[in-house]
Design a protein around this ligand. Structure first.
Ligand code: UDP
Length: 323
């Protein structure tokens, strides 16, 4: 297929774009390089630099004709979204609206969208199924939920075939593609940075109602997540919007992540207890039964230590990230 990958120079987008090239798809990467990295563009993919908020550019890009779009381009920091909700709605919702309108004009019939566990807010039941209530607790999650709903409406109205993949916590690296955010806010890269530099990492909250008092998250290897996108391309029929959660179904606490990183790196890693981070729910664990049953997806690297050791290897090969 001929495929457009928006945000394909970012962490998950670059891994998926490289998997698409490997699978023999003609792959075009659209990225504004605001968060993505030029060095993260996979060999064999054609880059197109520009912004989804530029309607004319989006229309022109889609007009060359694609069989499908994989849409990663978005802002994704919870804290930033609380401080600057307008920018989050503009980028995530208006950018997707431009994309959907251009896809409609060009007759592009397939979409896979990067959604998020943040649409569920503080779930009543864990593991979280797709039927759980969507009550996001921050503008990042609300903007992604607005897009999920917009996509569902466009599927019904215009016969688009779309799949939303709701990611839990993504970790690890895929070949020469890894995690390089500025600023970095995610637990695993911060723990590994502390290991590399001999500095400390903060544990945000030790009074959660969990087995060791720290927050529990479901970590999924970026390569496993990537493979789900290739399956999702064919998942929905015209007019259908499929929604799948993607995690391992196993949760790890912050302390368990730090312990695993100590084993992987052989470093002592100083962990300092700190207050809870605003907006963090106690436990987010996915039920991925639906995607396993419908699409036959199965994680090949479910072990936390594998994810951490792949991230550690990437970090040691790229001590300054992509710079
Ligand atoms: N966390 C932490 N210290 C850090 C960064 C994160 O204790 O320096 C915790 C955070 O509060 C959350 C978990 O680790 O409970 C995962 O956070 P991350 O930002 O990686 O992902 P999120 O679940 O927020 O998407």
């Amino acid at each position: 297929m001929k495929l457009l990958v928006t945000g394909g120079a970012g962490y998950v987008g670059s891994v998926v774009a490289s998997q698409l090239v490997e699978a023999g798809h003609e792959t075009v990467v659209l990225d504004n390089l605001s968060k993505g990295h030029r060095a993260a563009l996979p060999d064999g993919a054609r880059p197109v630099e520009g912004d989804l908020l530029d309607e004319g550019f989006v229309r022109e890009t889609l007009a060359e004709g694609f069989d499908g779009v994989l849409h990663f381009a978005a802002l994704s920091l919870v804290g930033e979204s609380v401080e600057q909700p307008e920018i989050y709605y503009r980028n995530n919702v208006c950018g997707t609206l431009n994309l959907l309108e251009a896809m409609g004009e060009a007759g592009t019939g397939r979409l896979v969208f990067s959604s998020t566990a943040a649409v569920y807010g503080e779930p009543e039941e864990v593991p979280i199924r797709e039927s759980a209530a969507t009550l996001p607790t921050n503008p990042y999650g609300s903007s992604k939920l607005a897009v999920d709903r917009l996509i569902g409406a466009v599927c019904g109205a215009r016969g688009l075939a779309a799949t939303s993949l709701r990611y839990f916590n993504v970790a690890g690296a895929g070949g020469r593609f890894g995690e390089d955010h500025h600023p970095e806010t995610h637990l695993i890269p911060l723990v590994l940075k502390a290991a590399a530099e001999g500095s400390s990492v903060k544990i945000f909250g030790t009074d959660y109602p969990t087995r060791d008092g720290t927050a529990v998250r479901d970590y999924i290897h970026v390569e496993d997540l990537g493979r789900a996108h290739l399956l999702a391309l064919e998942a929905a029929g015209p007019g259908e919007h499929s929604v799948y959660n993607l995690g391992n179904g196993a949760g790890f606490s912050v302390r368990e992540v730090v312990e695993a990183a100590r084993r992987v790196t052989g470093k002592s890693i100083d962990a300092v207890e700190a207050p809870r981070r605003a907006g963090d729910p106690p436990a987010l664990v996915a039920s991925s039964q639906k995607i396993q049953a419908d699409l036959g997806w199965k994680p090949e690297k479910p072990e936390l230590e594998t994810m951490i050791s792949d991230a550690w290897a990437w970090m040691r090969d790229h001590p300054n990230g992509y710079e």
